[in-house]
Ligand binder design. Sequence first.
Ligand code: GEK
Length: 252
Amino acid sequence: MQNPKLTAITMSAKDTIFSDPQGKIKEFEFDQQVVEVFPDMIERSVPSYKTIIQGISEIAQKFVQLDSNIYDLGCSLGAASFAIRQKLQEPSCQIIAVDNSPAMVERCRLIQASYNFDMPVEVLESDITQLEMNNASLVVLNFTLQFLPVTKRQTLLNRIYQALNPGGALVVSEKLQMDQPEFDELIISLHHDFKKRNGYSDMEIAQKRAALENVLIPDNQQTHFERFKQAGFAQYDSWFQHYNFASFLVVK
Ligand code: GEK
């Protein structure tokens, strides 16, 4: 049976943040207004979001090692961490969910408290570029790397590589830029059609795109693969893609 306290906390208001015309569009921020609508926003904006979360929990079962740490970097409301915790029988593993948005962390802690796990998920407010990590068997970057300044991405991947134990894995999900400009536009239009089917208007889509323009900087697949290689990872490939949203499995 669903826990009523948990259902109340995770019930999302409908995302209408960009539904009225905005004169000057301000940069997108993960603030309280976004927290209130986040589950609805991500579900209606990221194709196959729930499938990716479930896939991450399945990948976790293959890679998690006894007495190790699992890091969920840019955890938002902890969807990946909680999905892993629910599937993972191994109590000796610590799951550490990290975000630098105080509003996200506060709500994530509330959700965590209402789960009653034997082994709670630790929720930290921290900038992931400054985070100390060690003894990791799994690290998750589910649609987070794209929000870091481009110049900080390689350093973070290098540090994740150092923190992972041999045989450990990193999951990186990202919005991708396609190599050929015309093809990129085609895939973007398929994504916009997906958002329209999910109830967003053309104006909402355009205003959100403008708000994200300098905040979410997508890379192409080759750039991701070159970074994984430079960090030292032995194996990497995509395990999932829906339009321009892909998820990579990267193994040490
Ligand atoms: C999910 N992974 O539901 N340090 C810590 N957190 C950061 C940083 C940083 N430097 N930069 C951005 N974030 C989640 C979804 S959302 C993706 C991730 C989206 C955080 C930011 O506060 C936000 O919560 C998250 O990364 C990105 O599986 O909304 O498209």
